[in-house]
Design a protein around this ligand. Structure first.
Ligand SMILES: Cc1cc2nc3c(=O)[nH]c(=O)nc-3n(C[C@H](O)[C@H](O)[C@H](O)COP(=O)(O)OP(=O)(O)OC[C@H]3O[C@@H](n4cnc5c(N)ncnc54)[C@H](O)[C@@H]3O)c2cc1C
Length: 337
């Protein structure tokens, strides 16, 4: 499948990249590792006039511990580099757990953290060739007037299908966004819009520069469980990230639970911290949280896997992860482990 004709621009600085974005608006598209962009261009889901290849911008690379003890991870850090960085592996185990489950080694070598956090939402009616989509009258996210997932409504239900975002949400991560007026900081939880089309809060002249991890959530236990068609390579059909700070008496000092791949945005299960702080393990408490998780996740017919099965797996993964955090069951191997 060929690529559409377009001009490729390779800036060396963030300022130059932002200038190109400002000049070309929606006609420009950012390329990082290209593992999602290139297949989407081949499918003709986009036809930008300018492809902004940001891989040559050195300041977007690397993992640095800053004087205030936060860790700044540049947007161009590859998934393989995330796994190889000891300070992340030891201090934020939920990140490695999620990243290990992404795609296969080739995509992890090419794919970047920034690209992962800015992925296009996915849906079985959208991620198809032009011919396939148009034979069904098109899809609301691209050229149609009807969302085939919920034909009675007027919104797009394409799903947030990245694995890093739920893990980073549980760590209270922030992001650095570069734009014409310099950098701005945003909580990652405010970045996602729960809208299959306008998926992220990023202006047309902005790019994601870095992720910032706070010291407060460092050292917390964490795990990510994921459902996918093939354990060796696929995008998630449901994902659950859980982190917990547990003291020596087995009392939960703080915790977060986040879901991915079941809504148009990755989401935190709001009740987690309130219900878990100060509590020891009990099956009843776990079941209460499991219920909150399945109320939060809303899988629809966006993939070949049934919504009922995906919802059931949210239940299984949330229960399993909470039990693992409290040491009530051994770590379950997770796909690429
Ligand atoms: C076979 C296959 C399986 C996959 N499985 C998974 C999976 O299991 N889980 C998963 O999470 N992903 C999966 N992916 C998608 C992808 O490999 C990863 O998400 C990867 O991290 C994307 O990063 P990238 O640098 O390649 O992004 P790109 O493809 O370069 O970009 C992705 C999107 O982000 C935008 N973008 C990139 N960088 C920035 C930036 N700095 N600022 C603003 N916008 C930006 C691009 O414009 C584009 O919209 C899979 C891909 C393939 C081909």
């Amino acid at each position: 499948m060929s690529l559409p004709a377009m001009r490729v621009v390779r800036p060396r600085t963030v300022e130059d990249a932002v200038r190109v974005l400002a000049a070309h608006g929606p006609e420009a598209m950012i390329l990082a590792g290209g593992t999602d962009v290139v297949p989407n261009l081949q499918m003709r889901l986009f036809a930008p006039r300018v492809l902004l290849d940001i891989k040559g911008i050195g300041s977007l690379r690397g993992v640095v511990r800053q004087p205030d003890e936060t860790i700044r991870v540049g947007a161009l850090t590859t998934l393989t580099q995330l796994l190889a960085t000891e300070s992340l592996r030891l201090r934020y185990p939920v990140i490695s757990s999620a990243v290990r489950s992404i795609a296969g080694p080739l995509q992890r070598n090419m794919g970047t953290l920034g690209g992962n956090l800015c992925l296009e939402t996915r849906c079985r009616w959208y991620n198809q060739s032009d011919f396939w989509r148009k034979s069904l009258g098109g899809c609301l996210k691209k050229e149609g007037t009807i969302c085939h997932v919920a034909p009675g409504g007027d919104r797009c239900w394409a799903v947030w299908s990245g694995d890093c975002a739920p893990a980073l949400l549980t760590l209270d991560a922030e992001i650095e966004i570069a734009g014409p007026n310099g950098n701005r900081r945003l909580a990652l939880s405010s970045f996602y819009r729960n809208d299959g089309i306008n998926r992220i809060a990023l202006g047309g002249d902005e790019l994601l520069a870095a992720v910032v991890l706070p010291p407060r959530t460092a050292g917390w236990r964490g795990v990510y469980h994921k459902l996918r068609i093939r354990n060796s390579i696929d995008y998630p059909l449901a994902g659950v990230a859980v982190v917990m700070n547990v003291d020596e008496q087995g009392v939960c000092r703080d915790a977060r639970v986040a879901l991915g791949a079941v809504n148009p945005a990755p989401v935190l299960v709001k009740q987690a911290a309130d219900w878990l702080i100060g509590k020891k393990y009990s099956p009843e408490l776990v079941e209460r949280l499991v219920h909150a998780a399945i109320q939060t996740g809303k899988p629809l017919t966006t993939s070949a896997s049934s919504p009922v099965y995906r919802r059931e797996m949210l239940r299984v993964f949330t229960r399993r992860a909470l039990e693992e955090m409290w040491g009530m069951r051994p770590r379950t191997p997770n796909g690429n482990d």
